[in-house]
Design a protein around this ligand. Structure first.
Ligand SMILES: Cc1cc2nc3c(=O)[nH]c(=O)nc-3n(C[C@H](O)[C@H](O)[C@H](O)COP(=O)(O)OP(=O)(O)OC[C@H]3O[C@@H](n4cnc5c(N)ncnc54)[C@H](O)[C@@H]3O)c2cc1C
Ligand SMILES: *[C@@H]1O[C@H](CO)[C@@H](O)[C@H](O)[C@H]1NC(C)=O
Ligand SMILES: *[C@@H]1O[C@H](CO)[C@@H](O)[C@H](O)[C@H]1NC(C)=O
Ligand SMILES: *[C@@H]1O[C@H](CO)[C@@H](O)[C@H](O)[C@H]1NC(C)=O
Length: 493
């Protein structure tokens, strides 16, 4: 069967705007872009379709439950070593803070400004990359930051952003030693040697915020949602023309945007620019008393280990690790779209493995041990540190070397645009990123991000590690190898 979204036979009257856009992926990047396009006059006559691979019979098809964008919580912080991302979050927070009307983004428990404690460990050097697999790992062109370097730069950035507003500035305070860190945590625990607390940062209920966003998009009445799995991109000799689905359907469009998160590399050869990495999460049921104590703690993020804890709500505590993660190289039955017309692509690509298709999936013992260490240090309540996780999860980043996103037209294939490379930190930008992506589609990318988000030259490396100074864990771990080592852990859900 062949069907296509409703569309005009040729381009709309404004020749710069495509008559139809197909967005693959209804995660944060895909949905925010659909929302922005639907409200921009340049796309008033453009038909907009969003496709996601989730089960059509499920009521929670958009977004998919195993998307990176769906979880109990995501940190919202302007605390970046990089000034451009710090400023972008500052802009986003104007909307996160809107809570008056129930329909405001930050209302109904979608946003909490609990404060964030950022700490680093003075004695920890930047982790050394594991030996390259085939001897061809290229030198990172960027100076590696340590967790402490990152924390200090981040501190300078948030102070500078708050400098125009004494109320905001007053809410940021240096924590010069372990005792000062312990005192603001209020859990009896501590972590790191130096840090600061920024009470202008907090966290969002990511699942609830995505549900809010889907509702906003539906209300525009402009977006067609299609449930289905894209298996390959349709193209002729020069141009991408649509997408083929696993059930044989073909969707055609004037512009195809791939925003498939960590799955993007299975559809498009990303030329080594972005790699799917699995990250570990653990969730614990806690008692009413524990909720009382931990419910008022700030978010704590140790930039030397990547470990973080978000304050619990509804008696569920989450511990996670922002790390180099695990790659999951697999040979794909259909190789991704090659780097350029006429070339071939490598069918071996790191792709996500989640409990949606593998209900028995566990997290590796190495990761579980690290999550335990975080509990022991950061929230050492009696009885809590040894309690089994109620559930664990592998959540997938699309990681780039510098942790910059990859938001650009493809350099060789016409009518193909990608928005991926989230590098584990895009969620906080929910209120603003869609408009920035739309500007990039209009070839008017924000100047401060034009280089950062651009499609980069072939880097000639098969092994990529994110070296922005924020990552913990060991570089170069392979999921299957780590799972083979593992003893028992509860199934991930
Ligand atoms: C453990 C973890 C912790 C994080 N913590 C934070 C944080 O504290 N703060 C923060 O700002 N950010 C955080 N992030 C990052 C943030 O969640 C991501 O940057 C963001 O959600 C990425 O959105 P995305 O749209 O790129 O990907 P996704 O949300 O994964 O969306 C991709 C979508 O594409 C669909 N898809 C894939 N392949 C196909 C196909 N072939 N056909 C059809 N559909 C397809 C998928 O089903 C999915 O819905 C965290 C991420 C993780 C995993
Ligand atoms: C959309 O179509 C209307 C009616 O044909 C036209 O007046 C308008 O200029 C079009 N807008 C764009 C952005 O193409
Ligand atoms: C490829 O498809 C595009 C878009 O439909 C079309 O404009 C172009 O002429 C086609 N090129 C070839 C070589 O068929
Ligand atoms: C913070 O990271 C450093 C370096 O790994 C470590 O020494 C310290 O114990 C960490 N604390 C936690 C809870 O991760």
């Amino acid at each position: 069967m062949t069907s296509s979204p409703p569309q005009h036979s040729s381009s709309s009257s404004n020749t710069n705007s495509p008559s139809s856009i197909l967005i693959i992926g209804s995660g944060l990047f895909g949905l925010t872009t659909a929302y922005s396009l639907s409200r921009r006059h340049e796309f008033a006559n453009t038909s907009i379709t969003v496709i996601d691979r989730s089960d059509p019979s499920s009521t929670s098809t958009f977004p998919s439950p195993d998307a990176a964008s769906v979880d109990t919580s995501r940190i919202v912080r302007a605390d970046y070593a990089d000034h451009a991302y710090a400023a972008l979050c500052d802009e986003a927070q104007l909307q996160w803070r809107q809570q008056e009307k129930p329909t405001d983004l930050g209302a109904q428990g979608r946003y909490y400004e609990t404060g964030l404690v950022v700490v680093g460990d003075a004695t920890t050097p930047a982790p050394v990359a594991a030996p390259p697999v085939e001897g061809d790992v290229s030198e990172s062109p960027h100076k590696k930051l340590t967790g402490m370097d990152y924390a200090r730069k981040s501190w300078e950035n948030v102070l500078s952003l708050a400098s125009h507003n004494p109320v905001l500035a007053e809410r940021i305070r240096e924590l010069p030693n372990v005792d000062a860190i312990r005192e603001v945590l209020g859990t009896g625990g501590s972590s790191g040697a130096w840090g600061y607390i920024n009470k202008n940062s907090g966290w969002t209920d990511a699942g609830a915020s995505m549900a809010w966003l889907v509702e906003q998009v539906r209300q525009t009445g402009r977006v067609n949602f299609v449930a289905g799995t894209v298996v390959s991109l349709e193209h002729n000799e020069t141009t991408v023309t649509g997408a083929r689905l696993s059930d044989g359907r073909v969707l055609t469009a004037d512009l195809v945007m791939v925003a498939a998160g960590a799955w993007t590399g299975s559809l498009v050869d990303l030329e080594g620019q972005a790699v799917a990495t699995g990250q570990v999460l653990g969730y614990l049921d806690i008692t009413e008393e524990e909720q009382e104590i931990l419910g008022t703690m700030p978010v704590i993020l140790n930039l030397s280990s990547g470990l973080f804890i978000i304050p619990p709500t509804n008696r569920i505590l989450k511990v996670a690790r922002h790390a180099y993660g695990y790659s999951n190289p697999q040979s794909l039955p259909i190789p991704p779209l090659p780097a350029s017309p006429g070339s071939t692509s490598n069918p071996v690509v790191s792709i996500p493995r989640t409990s949606l298709h593998d209900p028995a999936l566990c997290i590796p013992a190495e990761g579980e041990a690290d999550l335990r260490a975080a509990l022991r240090e950061m929230a050492p309540l009696p009885g809590l540190v040894d309690r089994p996780f109620t559930k664990t999860r592998l959540c997938w980043y699309s990681d780039t070397r510098t942790a910059d996103f990859l938001i650009d037209y493809h350099p060789y294939w016409k009518n193909l645009f990608v928005a991926t490379g989230d590098s584990g930190h895009a969620f906080k930008f929910l209120p603003v990123i869609g408009d920035k992506i739309t500007n990039c589609i209009l070839r008017d990318c924000p100047p401060e991000f034009k280089e950062k988000w651009a499609w980069k030259e072939w880097e000639g490396s098969k092994v990529l590690f994110t070296e922005d100074g924020s990552r913990g864990g060991k570089p170069g771990l392979i999921l299957d190898e780590e799972l083979d080592k593992a003893a028992q852990i509860l199934p991930a859900v």
